[in-house]
Design a binder for this molecule. Structure first.
Ligand code: F6R
Length: 259
């Protein structure tokens, strides 16, 4: 795991965008996308590079991490809608190749299995972007999620519903259930890039990076993956015991070594 500490959110976005741009220009075709606030700086930078530098996603397909149960893709807060509004409508990826779980399927349990199988058939995901919840969730794998889990229906914690209420008219409108890629599904991706900014993420980042491997902090499963880049700003790095070493290692990184 490489921990990259930057001063500001915009710099974090640029670093994660470097990784995605590098992957796409080296032939990566399968991208894993996240929603929420954390990836926005990455998407802004990738859109800028698409417009100004000709970065092309024409050959790519994308898979979202999760979707709310009960929200149709036309709902402004469904993740299928959010990812198009925030990112994929502004680049040259084929919108029909931007995939997400079907949160309005008659049988959401089968829909979850099918999404997992679809990723397995099309994948592996070359590079997967992740945010992290204040309780250590990635995707919507809340504490207690099996570290080997596959895509399935999960119940959100009340904390996560409160956190996400800012996107809705109020907490009562935040769905209770989601379909989320499992931790095992996420870890099938070749390269995981977790981005977190702000002091409210510091405890979760410390637990994920330096805490014990435990289902109580689902993001700690990253410690088992072969290729992880954690991109954080100074505030989100605030509780990392080894922050000085991560900064030292970055400063002395061999020039030819990529993220
Ligand atoms: C979103 C997702 C979640 C968020 C996490 C952080 O697709 O899977 O794990 O990444 O809840 O959300 P923000 O970035 O809004 O703080």
């Amino acid at each position: 795991m490489e921990v990259v500490i930057r001063q500001h959110e915009q710099q974090c976005g640029a670093t994660a965008a470097d990784i995605f741009a590098d992957a796409v220009t080296s032939g990566a075709t399968t991208l894993g996308l996240a929603t929420g606030s954390s990836p926005l700086s990455v998407y802004h930078e990738l859109i800028r590079r698409h417009r100004k530098e000709g970065l092309s996603f024409a050959g790519a397909q994308a898979f979202l991490l999760d979707e709310y149960v009960g929200l149709p893709p036309s709902h402004p807060q469904s993740y299928a809608h959010v990812i198009r509004a925030e990112f994929t409508n502004h680049i040259d990826i084929d919108s029909g190749r931007v995939h997400s779980p079907n949160g309005i399927a008659d049988d959401i349990f089968t829909a979850a299995d099918e999404y997992d199988a679809q990723i397995a058939a099309a994948g592996p995901v070359d590079v997967q972007l992740l945010g992290i919840g204040g309780n250590g969730h990635i995707g919507f794998n809340e504490p207690g999620s099996s570290l080997a889990s596959r895509t399935r229906v999960k119940t959100l914690t009340e904390q996560t519903r409160r956190d996400n209420a800012r996107f809705f008219a109020g907490i009562d409108e935040v769905p209770r259930h989601v379909i989320t890629q499992g931790l095992g599904t996420i870890c099938d991706a070749r390269h995981l890039v977790l981005i977190a900014t702000g002091g409210h993420k510091a405890e979760a980042i410390a637990a994920a990076v330096e805490g014990p491997l435990t289902a109580s902090c689902p993001a700690s499963v990253l410690q088992l993956h072969r290729h992880v880049t954690v991109v954080v700003d100074d505030a989100a790095a605030g509780q990392l015991k080894n922050a000085d070493f991560y900064r030292y290692a970055l400063k002395h990184k061999p020039p030819q070594q990529k993220y």
